[in-house]
Design a protein around this ligand. Sequence first.
Ligand code: FE
Length: 195
Amino acid sequence: MTQPDFSTLSKDNIVAFIGDIFDRRGDEEYLGEDVTMAQHMLQGATLAEQGGLDEDIIVSALLHDIGHFTSEFGTYHPSDTEDRHHEDAGADVLAPFFPSVVTDCVKFHVAAKRYLCATKPEYFARLSKASVHTLELQGGPMTDNEVTAFETNSNLKKIIQVRYLDEAGKIADMQTPDYAHFAPMVQRIVDAHLG
Ligand code: FE
């Protein structure tokens, strides 16, 4: 897979650029779940909006897996024996345009799974089969030292909220608005950040 050209992106076209990714690639399979990639991210954003959560959390949930589309490593496949680090690829693309709370929620949504598995025994039971498989590729539950370091992130609370939305957004028959519904919100976050 070749890497898209990100050099032409600006605050005036990043929202449309992401929308184009949803249009072109959104129907791809999501980690062997019952939802497509677009459905998964739209469900997380919709659940966040319905729950009255902050716009930065809604947008983070909407974009958390965008790295599955932008990574030069390609998308995840159940036969993978190595992690592809989609969370870093996604955060890198978003970083010039979005505040750190959003990029942290994207960058650390995998770490948050490893964190919650280490600190909340009941959380592991919520993971889907595909998510348990990727957990192993991602390093398994955090060690005590990793937990301590992770808890120093000032965006920890929102990172965890987005992780729960990630887990929740795997509903086979859930209806959601499409990307266009969220686009003005995404633009507001970009504009507030870049002024
Ligand atoms: Fe996800």
